[in-house]
Design a protein around this ligand. Structure first.
Ligand code: ADP
Ligand code: MG
Length: 683
């Protein structure tokens, strides 16, 4: 049996069982033994019937003492079996599993695990798991027992014995692709040992050794794969930009000096684009740290060097806003800026597209429509993507294909810990803007419960009467029967006739038509709307310096990073700004989140806490963000191992030896197999 053989080559696996295994993502023998347990059940203590602990799971060997029988009460089938050992006897009962009757046989010995209950004088073991004890190695008790992800039609018991059997057969041929020097340096056990012990740990020490090895291996291989991907996207022959005193001229046109952090990033971009290598750079920085300003410098350089530049935003609203600021900026240089958006009429769109194709358009801004197939560029030199945390590696991949010979900048306002950034954006070089422009005010943040509503609204009114504007964010558009949370629709009805009577209040949400949304946004930006009641569509990038209040209803429904993003919509002008978080939730997590929001304005600190509170899965919304599906490693909990694995991978990747030397062939093959199927990125 080879690891690459289909699961049907395993004894006892026919077409039907194979299909079930396929459901679990298991297709090959190797896939089966890498279906690692989701958790473990410590059943190493085996008790005698006389020593049972009440209301707890008990594991015990016993003989079936009577022929099992089913009784029916109403619709319910109850299976009762009398069990005994040398210390006493006990009844086991199962509910609605009538087939159990024929699965256990009188006068046979089994090992059982189930909860022991004493009720109304009856002593019972409830729905125990059981396994024949006929001299073969017992898997379901007397040891630490693996618990797997299942699919209906396959049980823990079946999976356990299938994996055990397969392991026994292939154990000897599990290749250890980790270089010995790395295994020694980082104290990693052999792969054979690790894989056996991750399924059936001999004891807790061997389990920890096994897990460490497999987590390390997974992250190490992933990191190498990311280096490979980066290598693939590191093509030479890119456009060379001229740097015509770009920093000084950009600053002059914008009317402010760049921060030291911005200057550093501009220099990095100048460096990248003045050589023949293609730039693939991520700019990470908090909301308002001035990423867009840096992108403007890059775009100006591209256009002045005779290339086209494109900026993509995740929403139309944001694209329009970028359009406005780019237009203003580029006017200083006599360069026209175009906006390509979904809501344009077909004829208009066709015209812009034609102008893009013949190179008349130098600077174009839009949503992802820009990278659609039918938009052809004449000589695209730079592609900038804003708020990249919404796209995954795959989308970036499409982008770099479209931008075949163009430099790429992606901007993200979700600062993340550096080790994680290396995984998420391992295909990019990373720049960090870790400093805000001077004079940025501290946004006063309050967390209140809904009994403060009228006071909060009165405060909003007072600010608005002073000439300021306010955002009020609700989690939902319409009221729902199942979710109790404020909705935009209800809110506007409630407040426009009462607290905010006589003020200009409008709504904004994702179900509105693009041109409606746009005109609301424009009215708000130009001050005609005083209070904007909205869903999170305003989350990204909107810049209205006169807005000073961000009031968030049901703040418990938003993640920390999202709250931070929302708060970043205010405090953009010279007036003192406020963030009011309204929540009635008393959960520990909510309290923790509100505390962090009150305490800090630092995006890195906030994201670190967010990650801690929610775990990486939710934090990144997994797939959506292109986080690779990991089998065993936990990007947060295993951050120490992650660091070690990255260090090792980096060191190995320094020269080309591992790609060329035959000793590293198994490792190289593993990296390719897992992540680079057929030349495509498999993340
Ligand atoms: P980001 O894209 O990171 O959210 P922006 O580039 O949109 O940030 O900048 C936010 C606001 O701060 C804009 O109004 C911008 O003009 C202004 N700004 C950017 N950099 C500076 C700076 N160095 N000094 C003063 N204002 C700045
Ligand atoms: Mg921005």
């Amino acid at each position: 049996m080879l690891l690459s053989d289909p699961v049907t080559s395993i004894k006892g696996v026919g077409e039907k069982k194979a299909q079930l295994l396929n459901h679990l993502g298991i297709f090959t023998v190797g896939g089966l033994i890498e279906h690692f347990p989701r958790e473990y059940d410590d059943r190493s203590e085996v008790r005698k019937i006389s020593d049972f602990v009440e209301d707890e799971e008990n594991t015990f060997f016993a003989w079936v003492d009577a022929v099992p029988e089913n009784v029916h009460i109403g619709k319910m089938a109850i299976t009762k079996v009398k069990l005994k050992d040398d210390t006493g006897s006990i009844n086991a009962v199962w509910y609605n599993q009538p087939y159990i009757k024929n699965a256990v046989k009188k006068d046979e010995e089994y090992i059982f695990t189930g909860e022991y209950r004493k009720r109304n004088g009856r002593r019972e073991i409830i729905s125990p798991e059981f396994e024949r004890a006929d001299g073969r190695e017992v898997l379901g008790g007397g040891r630490i027992v693996p618990v797997y992800h299942l699919t209906s039609g396959i049980s823990q018991k079946v999976l356990r014995s299938l994996i055990k059997m397969t392991l026994t057969e292939v154990k000897a041929q599990l290749p250890d692709f980790m270089p010995l020097s790395i295994r020694k340096k980082y104290c990693l056990c052999e792969r054979n040992f690790a894989v056996s012990n991750i399924h059936f740990p001999e004891n807790s020490e061997s389990f920890f050794m096994a897990r460490r090895r497999l987590v390390f291996e997974e992250l190490f291989v992933l990191q190498l794969a990311l280096f490979e991907i980066k290598g693939l996207s590191e093509r030479s022959g890119g456009p060379v930009f001229k740097n015509n005193n770009i920093l000084a001229r950009t600053q002059k046109a914008l009317g402010f000096d760049f921060t030291a952090a911005q200057k550093k990033v501009v220099k990095e971009i100048i460096n990248d684009t003045s050589s023949k290598n293609l730039m693939n750079r991520l700019i990470q920085g908090d909301v308002g740290s001035g990423k867009t300003a840096v992108a403007m410098a890059a775009a100006l350089m591209a256009v002045e060097s005779g290339f086209q530049a494109a900026l993509m935003a995740p929403t139309e609203v944001l694209a329009s806003q970028h359009y406005e600021s780019f237009k203003q900026f580029f006017e200083n240089f006599g360069i026209e800026v175009y906006l390509l958006k979904g809501s344009l009429k077909k004829r208009e769109k066709d015209m812009v597209k034609a102008d893009i194709a013949d190179g008349k358009v130098k600077m174009v801004i839009g949503t992802h429509a820009i990278i659609q197939k039918d938009v052809e560029f004449d000589n695209l030199g730079l592609v900038i993507t804003d708020e990249q945390h919404r796209f995954g590696v795959n989308q970036r991949n499409i982008l770099s294909q479209k931008a075949e010979n163009a430099h790429v900048i992606v901007m993200t306002a979700t600062p993340i810990p550096r080790t994680l950034a290396l995984i998420l954006y391992g295909d990019l070089d990373i720049s960090v803007i870790d400093e805000l422009p001077p004079g940025r005010q501290h946004i006063q943040t309050y967390a209140v419960n809904s009994s403060y509503h009228s006071r909060a609204y009165a405060f909003v009114r007072k600010e608005v009467e002073k000439g300021r504007q306010a955002y009020m964010v609700c989690p939902m558009i319409e009221e729902s029967d199942t979710i109790e949370a404020k909705a935009v629709d209800t809110m506007i009805k409630e407040v426009s006739q009462t607290e905010f009577e006589g003020l200009n209040v409008s709504v904004l949400h994702g179900k509105m038509k693009p041109d409606e949304k746009e005109s609301v946004m424009r009215d708000f930006a130009e001050g005609r709307i005083q209070i904007l009641i909205s869903t999170t569509v305003i989350e990204v990038g909107i810049n209205v310096p006169n807005a000073t209040i961000m009031l968030i209803e049901n703040a418990e429904r938003f993640g920390l990073s999202q709250l931070h993003q929302l708060r970043g919509r205010v405090g953009r002008g010279k007036h003192q700004s406020y963030c009011i978080l309204v929540t009635d939730s008393k959960s520990e997590q909510t309290r923790e989140r509100m505390k962090v929001m009150k305490k800090t304005n630092d995006g890195f600190e906030i994201s670190e806490t967010d990650l801690k509170l929610r775990g990486p899965g939710e934090f990144f919304g997994t797939r959506q963000h292109g986080v690779p599906q990991l089998k065993i490693a936990n990007l947060y909990k295993d951050s120490e191992i992650l660091k070690e694995a990255q260090e090792a991978a980096k060191k190995l990747n320094k020269d080309n030896v591992w790609r060329e030397n035959i000793d590293y062939e198994p490792l190289f093959r593993r990296v390719r197999e897992l992540f680079l199927q057929g030349g495509r990125i498999g993340i």
